[in-house]
Ligand binder design. Structure first.
Ligand SMILES: *[C@@H]1O[C@H](CO)[C@@H](O)[C@H](O)[C@H]1NC(C)=O
Ligand SMILES: *[C@@H]1O[C@H](CO)[C@@H](O)[C@H](O)[C@H]1NC(C)=O
Ligand SMILES: *[C@@H]1O[C@H](CO)[C@@H](O)[C@H](O)[C@H]1NC(C)=O
Ligand SMILES: [Zn+2]
Length: 488
């Protein structure tokens, strides 16, 4: 009797468990297979393609090659090739005559070598926007390059050289797009600025910051800022086979610390049992072994995986569409590779310690040695996260990406490197970091590395991107925002 009663209770529990399991699976699958496609504000698929002539297509490639040949290297914050920076200013004036002679455009040089252009729109009620790019490049010792890094040489359909991906492609691309539009009599409705900084690689304090100060003194507010950053990634994200465009909606903060140990130097014939170097080495080793906490879910990375969830192969698609359940598993997976690890936490790089600002306490607790003094050399907070919804800037970018990159899916992401755009937080809440170029895994290593290059086709597409963007920013075909949330 008693036994059969327990059996009844047991089978009720089992039934409840099974019903629960089925319900859970149903939720997982419904979420996975009904995830809404990205919804845009645009009510048409119209693309305003400008056909370039054969001559113009040659011209744009030559413009890039010439820019690569000027070695605008930033060696350090104190040491830049100012001869090259000056030469670069003369070069763009020569190559883009319409930009420098148009009555619509006001040009000025700031901080000695940076350039600010204002392109006057016809409709003063529209908030202007800003296109940013930087003129300087990191050093490129010629050893191990297939072609000299400042030759701009062409090989197998690629232009080689330092700056072809970071960031002379965008400097020349933006100016070339504007030159072609002006030549065709295009008059923008919405005003915009073009900012070309000359010391991005070493802080942006002499260039971008001067541009910001100038605009701030005039009380300018911007609808959005577009700077270099993430890109159209092809085969870079594991589990996604098609190219996807990631727009950086934030970037990591940075802190540079100085660790010192002050001990009275011992007599060398009678060294103290512990030397300063020994104490420091132990502290550094403890920092290396104890990672900063994993912050997955606190930035836009969750939005990124959810937006792209339907593009992942099975079973990753189920995980990505159900991060409410699986985010602990995903964050463990991300920790395993250095490139994705940097997305989920503050990374501690030895020799210089770069990390988010609220980490001093964590470091002190990790080092656990009062003899090691920690002082902050310089730092800045992680950047605020820009909207990735119906906001004007994000929508214009998404639409332009669809136009130019064969409707590649678009998602927000974290830009792990820093850009000049971080200086613009007072001028807008909408800062986007996106380089309009398709990158494969092997291209990523060429940035700041050996044999940096861009294909001529990719560069032409980049120019088309800016041509489209400038026109899309004018369009009146934007629908009022409507919500796009998931029901489950
Ligand atoms: C835009 O084009 C895509 C693919 O060609 C199509 O699926 C979609 O329905 C179109 N949207 C509109 C509003 O025409
Ligand atoms: C600086 O640039 C000029 C050309 O603009 C070049 O002749 C010179 O070699 C460069 N100097 C260094 C140190 O790279
Ligand atoms: C932004 O504005 C605040 C307050 O006016 C000022 O303290 C800060 O320096 C500004 N930041 C930048 C990057 O200009
Ligand atoms: Zn750059």
């Amino acid at each position: 009797m008693a036994v059969s009663r327990w059996k009844a209770v047991g089978s009720t529990l089992l039934a409840m468990f099974l019903v629960g399991l089925v319900a859970l699976l149903a939720v997982l699958f419904i979420r996975t297979y009904t995830w809404p496609n990205e919804v845009g504000r645009w009510n048409s698929n119209e693309t305003v393609i400008i056909e370039l002539t054969e001559k113009e297509r040659k011209q744009l490639v030559e413009a890039l090659k010439g820019a690569i040949r000027i070695p605008t290297v930033s060696f350090s914050e104190e040491e830049q090739n100012t001869t090259a920076l000056r030469e670069f200013g003369e070069y763009i004036q020569k190559v883009f005559p319409q930009v420098f002679s148009s009555v619509l455009i006001h040009h000025e040089v700031l901080g000695g070598y940076s350039h600010l252009f204002k392109v006057q729109g016809t409709d003063l009620s529209l908030l202007p926007y800003m296109l940013l790019a930087h003129i300087d490049v990191v050093p490129a010792p010629p050893e191990s390059w297939e072609v000299p890094p400042f030759s701009g040489e062409e090989r197998d359909g690629y232009v080689y050289g330092r700056g072809t991906l970071d960031d002379k492609n965008s400097v020349i691309g933006i100016l070339q797009a504007l030159e072609f539009l002006l030549k065709r009599g295009h008059k923008p409705q919405r005003s915009f600025y073009i900012g070309l900084g000359h010391d991005e690689e070493v802080s942006g304090h002499k260039g971008a910051l001067k541009i910001v100060e100038k605009l701030q003194s005039q009380g300018v507010q911007l609808a959005f800022v577009l700077d270099e950053g993430l890109a159209v990634l092809d085969g870079v994200i594991q589990g996604i086979r098609q190219p996807v465009a990631l727009i950086g909606t934030t970037e990591k903060g940075s802190i540079t610390l100085d660790l010192t140990v002050n001990r009275s130097p011992g007599h060398s014939s009678m060294p103290p049992s512990e030397t300063s170097i020994g104490i420091l080495a132990a502290a550094v080793s403890r920092l290396e072994q104890n990672a900063m906490p994993n912050m997955f879910g606190e930035g836009p990375e969750q939005d990124m995986f959810e937006r792209l969830s339907t593009k992942f192969d099975f079973p990753l698609n189920i995980i990505m569409a159900n991060l409410w359940l699986f985010s602990p598993i995903l964050s463990r997976i991300l920790e395993r590779s250095p490139s994705t690890n940097a997305i989920v936490r503050t990374t501690t790089a030895l020799t210089i310690f770069k990390s988010g600002i609220k980490v001093l306490d964590i470091m002190q607790n990790t080092i656990k040695d009062e003899r090691v003094e920690i002082s902050v050399l310089n730092s800045f907070d992680p950047l605020p996260v820009s909207p990735n919804d119906m906001s004007l800037g994000y929508q214009i970018l998404q639409h332009t990406i669809h136009n130019v990159f064969s409707r590649a899916p678009v998602a927000p992401g974290v830009c792990v490197g820093n850009t000049d755009s971080r200086h613009f937080v007072n001028l807008t809440n909408n800062i986007y970091r996106f380089s309009p170029v398709v990158l494969k895994k092997e291209d990523v290593d060429r940035i700041h590395g050996l044999n940096e290059r861009i294909s001529k086709d990719a560069f032409e597409l980049l120019v088309q991107f800016y041509i489209q963007l400038i026109q899309n920013a004018d369009t009146d075909k934007i629908l009022p925002p409507h919500l796009n949330t998931h029901e489950l």
